[in-house]
Design a protein around this ligand. Structure first.
Ligand SMILES: *Cc1c(COP(=O)(O)O)cnc(C)c1O
Length: 393
């Protein structure tokens, strides 16, 4: 017996329950095809929606910034870690989003967990959507605020909860994912924004899967719904469509000013590397200039959904390129993903409980602008063969 025997026991328990996730490593850059274990595999798992993770111009911007500023920021933002690249990036994001100001973070997770505790505290109340991302839940836990969870996409439930509980907090906040990562459905943000105004509650949207995907030139969900000025805080990530690393919060100049004084990841964790900041800046410039990759992404998404539906699969309620293939049975879903990888050379992630509710297991496919029509057909054929073998069709 040692003090750490429990670690071994926990791992064994995860394995017994079929919930232990083995970690694959890539031997190539991100792209439509990747190399794993020396094999070329069609990749329908990455959030690299627009292909910026390996875009030559984006890489060049990072390399140039590394030449000029080095690889590390050297300190937290408030001491000596703020580079002029951070400032340029934040100005660019604010103007791209049509918001007054922006603050960048080292990741989307840190943007949420750092900002939410500044917005609300123990005397305040938060109305949080049922399927919100883990980083929102973490941020709310750190805030010690009172929490009410409202039902997924259900503005009637939100209205009811606001009526019942709004007065329990001095300040109130409604927080929601913009695009839900497991289903690809979209928050009813116009109604949520109205409810925020009606009940004097700040509105915060996490647009991690909406940027580069929704709105004019990928400006995101607020632009998609024409809600400029009605959503108080837009949070996002630089690690998905933007292709690099980092996160941000956009809002009023005063809010950003306050975050610089109080957000713990800004004050207590070293700044985003200048090379990453420069890469992000370049990606946004490319998005502003040309929306061809966004149109290609949506074309591929439509092609993929149609192919799967024609083959007899249920692709759920997605309104975005995120494409769930509803397989429902947990064991068969894990088996299907294995079969797709080993026999068909297709990387497609199985999503099972507890990530999604029991009985709603699925394979989640993430098409990108980089995939060709042949790639999409290859994926549909692979799913058709393997699905038939497992009796799912
Ligand atoms: C991915 C994601 C995040 C975290 O972003 P990172 O930059 O990867 O830390 C936060 N919120 C949502 C909804 C996400 O999908």
């Amino acid at each position: 017996m040692t003090k750490l025997d429990w670690v071994t026991r926990d791992i064994q328990e995860l394995k017994n329950a079929g919930r232990y996730v083995p970690i694959r490593s890539l031997q190539s850059s991100q792209g439509a095809w990747v190399t794993i274990d020396g094999k070329r595999i069609l990749n329908l798992c990455s959030n690299n929606y627009l292909g910026f993770a390996n875009n030559p111009e984006v890489k060049k911007a990072a390399i140039d910034a590394i030449e000029k500023y080095g690889v590390g920021a050297g300190a937290v933002r408030s001491i000596a870690g703020t580079s002029e690249v951070h400032n340029r990036l934040e100005k660019k994001v604010a103007s791209f989003k049509h918001m007054e100001a922006c603050l960048s973070f080292q990741g989307g997770l840190l943007a949420n967990s750092g900002t939410l505790p500044v917005l609300v505290g123990k005397d305040d109340i938060v109305f949080s959507e049922e399927l919100n991302h883990a980083s929102i839940i973490d941020g709310l836990r750190l805030s010690s605020s009172k929490r009410v969870v409202y039902r997924h996409l259900d503005t009637e439930d939100l209205r009811k909860q606001l009526k019942e509980h709004r007065k329990e907090g001095i300040r109130a906040l409604i927080v929601t994912d913009g695009v839900f990562s497991m289903d690809g459905d979209i928050a009813p943000l116009p109604e949520i924004a109205e409810l925020g105004i009606e009940h004097d509650a700040m509105v915060y949207v996490d647009d991690a899967h909406g940027e580069g995907v929704l709105g004019d030139h990928g400006r995101g969900i607020v632009n998609h719904f024409n809600l400029a000025g009605k959503v108080d805080i837009e949070m996002g990530t630089f690690s998905k469509a933007i292709g690099s690393m980092g996160g941000f919060v956009a809002g009023s100049s005063d809010l950003v000013d306050l975050l610089k004084q109080r957000a713990r990841p800004f004050l207590f964790s070293s700044a985003l590397n200048p090379g990453d900041a420069a890469a992000v800046l370049k990606s946004i410039e490319l998005m502003e200039k040309d929306d061809t990759p966004i149109r290609m992404l949506w074309e591929n998404a439509a092609r993929l959904k149609k192919g799967l539906q024609d083959a007899g699969f249920d692709t759920g309620r997605s309104k975005t390129p995120i494409t769930p293939v509803m397989t429902t049975d947990e064991k068969k879903t894990v088996e299907l993903s294995k079969m797709l990888y080993q026999d068909e050379g297709l990387l497609a992630s199985p999503i099972v409980y507890p990530t999604v509710a029991q009985g709603t297991a699925r394979i989640r496919l993430m098409p990108s602008a980089l995939h060709s029509a042949e790639d999409i057909k290859y994926a549909v054929d692979a799913l058709r063969h393997s699905g038939a073998r497992l009796g799912l069709l």
